[in-house]
Design a protein around this ligand. Structure first.
Ligand code: BES
Ligand code: MN
Ligand code: ZN
Length: 501
């Protein structure tokens, strides 16, 4: 879909549809008021007759409004004016896009970007609207033989901003939103792909294909043979029960000079997590195809980064692997020597993510990174703690934690910090090895992060547990594309092309 911004008055628009807000109870927004005057009270008459209360999300589509050049006017209920917050704004936009898509307007001029949302500027409103529009149009139907598409889908959406002065802000918002949306889309596509197709090799192919599209993106891969030479025994152990070979894919993005230390994004890429010998119960086991959501989000963030051509150096590491039970599979009781030299007693083969990640975190030391952020669907405990609204953030470096929390707040892709105090480390004690691969039942997400922290001493490090946020269950199940918006915002903020200039 195509997006643009302009600054004009509603009655002068000649479009298939113009979209304006109505507040509760039955109060026209400023823009709707203008239309009302031109149409000699047509809108206020409707409201008086009770056709629209103005409750958030209500829609009323009007045709041939007198003296209005546009074919249609879509009145959108925005709730009580003083209560319009971020969440409501996004919901209203989503509903609007849905309605436009269903009612035949192939283009529209939207004035909802002029609504007052507490604490948010034009940049934010346009950016969120474009992202919501793109997300709302997403479908994953490659594998359906009959694809249902809207007959006359929305093709072009223009956002109106109050003053010409704000046009550059709006344009930048669209540019950023489109890059984020592209990243979110690839993340969702790859994560939704079933595990018989989306194998570690498939992840590598996706990364390679992406690199082929951009000059400053290059691809390389670490195969099992090289992993063995490097002593990445924890990573290899997890994949041993699978017929699909493990592959660590690397995407190198160079946007700054050679002398600038890179930032590394590491993604857990378990293309299927059956639990291994500590096999999972069968209910909802299909959802363990999303156990590569971290890897998918790294792919997505690299895509957004390459689109934006930001002046930073970033390496994306996609730790592809499959955890299956088999005669060759690793077992509870095994003691593994990690690439770092530290030994790990395996208590449960279902705590595999940390084993794949620990060797990857050691591997990336060779890039002398300034900062490493890993993203992983690491623990079910994370869903118990935070549900599906926030990703869990854990970090040993306060400034980095704050940077990520800011980015999450700005992008609306929320994260919440959990502590990583030394006291929690004791849970990992093992009588036979340097550590066990899990603690007890307590604070499972923190214990997992504590485990990882032992492999991250050479750089600033943060960990995002996205077990609750990477996908939705239930009737509308599917990948969400999170935390691509947060990661992309984090990268944008690290450059001089931040939103305000
Ligand atoms: N991939 C799972 C975590 C997970 C569970 C993500 C549910 C999303 C939804 C991870 O590999 C796992 O199995 N973790 C175990 C750890 C336990 C054995 C210490 C868990 O959370 O139960
Ligand atoms: Mn597991
Ligand atoms: Zn897992």
């Amino acid at each position: 879909m195509e997006f643009s911004v302009k600054s004009g008055s509603p009655e002068k628009q000649r479009s298939a549809c113009i979209v304006v807000g109505v507040f509760e109870p039955r109060r026209l927004s400023g823009v709707a008021e203008q239309l009302d005057q031109v149409s000699e009270g047509y809108l206020s008459n409707l409201l008086r007759r009770g056709d629209l209360e103005g409750k958030a999300g209500q829609m009323l589509l009007l045709h041939h409004v007198p003296n209005i050049l546009s074919e249609r006017v879509l009145l959108v209920g925005c709730g009580k004016e003083r209560e319009l917050d971020e969440r409501q704004y996004k919901q209203i936009i989503e509903k609007t896009i849905h309605t436009l898509n269903e009612t035949g307007s192939m283009e529209a001029v939207c004035f909802l970007s002029e609504l007052h949302v507490k604490g948010r500027d034009t940049y934010w409103k346009v950016r969120q609207a474009v992202e919501a529009a793109q997300a709302g149009l997403y479908t994953f139907n490659q594998l359906k033989t009959r694809k249902e598409e809207p007959r006359r889908p929305l093709r072009k959406l223009v956002f109106n901003v109050p003053t010409r002065r704000e046009l550059p802000l709006g344009e930048r918002a669209i540019q950023h939103a489109l890059a984020v949306s592209k990243g979110v889309t690839i993340c969702r596509d790859v994560a939704n792909m079933p595990p018989n197709i989306c194998t570690p090799r498939y992840l590598a192919e996706q990364a390679e294909a992406m690199a082929a599209n951009y000059d400053n993106l290059t691809f390389s891969a670490v195969e099992e043979k090289e992993m063995a030479e490097l002593g990445m025994n924890a990573y290899l152990a997890v994949g041993r029960g699978s017929e699909n070979e493990s592959v660590l894919s690397l995407l190198h993005y160079q946007g700054a000079g050679d002398d600038v230390a890179p930032l590394v994004l590491v993604g857990k890429g378990l293309t299927f997590d059956a639990g291994g010998i500590s096999i999972k119960p069968s209910a909802n086991m299909d959802e363990m195809k999303y156990d590569m959501g971290g890897a998918a989000s790294v792919l997505g963030a690299m895509q957004a980064l390459a689109e934006l051509q930001l002046p930073v150096n970033v390496i994306g590491a996609i730790a592809g692997c499959e955890n299956m039970p088999d005669g060759k599979a690793y077992r509870p009781g095994d003691i593994l020597t990690t690439m770092s030299g530290q030994t790990v007693e395996v208590i449960n083969t279902d705590a595999e993510g940390r084993l794949v990640l620990c060797d990857t975190l050691t591997y990336v030391e060779r890039f002398s990174p300034e900062t490493v952020i890993d993203v992983a669907t690491l623990t079910g405990a994370c869903i118990i703690a935070l549900g599906h609204h926030a990703s869990a953030l854990m970090s040993t470096h306060n400034p980095l934690a704050h940077e990520l929390l800011n980015a999450s707040e700005q992008s609306g892709d929320r994260a919440w910090r959990l502590p990583l105090w030394d006291e929690y480390q004791d849970a990992l004690d093992s009588p036979f090895a340097d550590m066990a691969n899990l603690g007890g039942r307590d604070a499972g997400s923190i214990a997992a992060a504590c485990f990882l922290s032992r492999f991250t001493k050479k750089y600033h490090w943060a960990h995002l547990d996205i077990a609750g946020t990477a996908w939705r269950s239930g009737a509308k199940k599917g990948a969400t594309g999170r935390p691509v918006p947060m990661l992309t915002q984090f990268l944008i903020n690290r450059t001089a092309t931040g939103q305000q200039d």
